[in-house]
Structures are given as structure tokens and as C-alpha cells.
Design a protein. Structure first.
Length: 92
């Protein structure tokens, strides 16, 4: 059973919207983080991404079982893996 990202504010932790990102770098990961932050904070983009993920991952599956990772975590890990061109073992 996978859910969308459920934002829960935790004391002493930065919100995704407030996380500083270095803009003066040539690293591709910084550009990806800026894009992910934009997707997360834009409701239209966020909804479109969740609709695609739900259609591809959750379609035809029962709504039971262990929770596992939520859809946002899956999306971010896949994007980081593709951006850095690394294997799943290295990502782990």
C-alpha cells in the first residue's frame, strides 16, 4: 500500500520549501534538487506527477500490505539515480 507524500512538520527539521540549495555550482544534482523543489511546491506539477505515479505503480494492486516507501520517495530516488547515472546498489 503506497501513499502520496504526507507532509508532517517535525520540530528542528527544515521544510522542503525552506531548504537552501546552492545555486552557484555546476553539479547536476543541485539542478535536480531545484527541479524537485519546484515540483514539490507547485500544486499543478505535484498533482500531475502523483497521477502518473499512481497510474503506473498502484494500478491494479490491492490496497493492503505493508506501507513501504511513499510515492514521493520513489520518485526522488529514481530521479537521483538517473541524474547521477548510478546503479541501485550505489544509490542504496
Amino acid at each position: 500500500m503506497r501513499k502520496r507524500f504526507e507532509p508532517q512538520i517535525i520540530l528542528w527539521k527544515l521544510l522542503i520549501e525552506d531548504t537552501p540549495i546552492p545555486k552557484r555550482t555546476r553539479d547536476s544534482l543541485a539542478a535536480l534538487v531545484i527541479a524537485l523543489k519546484t515540483i514539490y511546491t507547485t500544486p499543478e506539477c505535484n498533482e500531475a506527477i502523483y497521477n502518473i505515479l499512481e497510474n503506473k505503480i498502484l494500478l491494479g494492486k490491492k490496497n493492503t500490505g505493508r506501507p513501504g516507501m511513499n510515492l514521493w520517495q520513489i520518485f526522488v530516488l529514481v530521479q537521483v539515480r538517473l541524474c547521477l547515472n548510478i546503479s541501485y546498489d550505489r544509490l542504496l
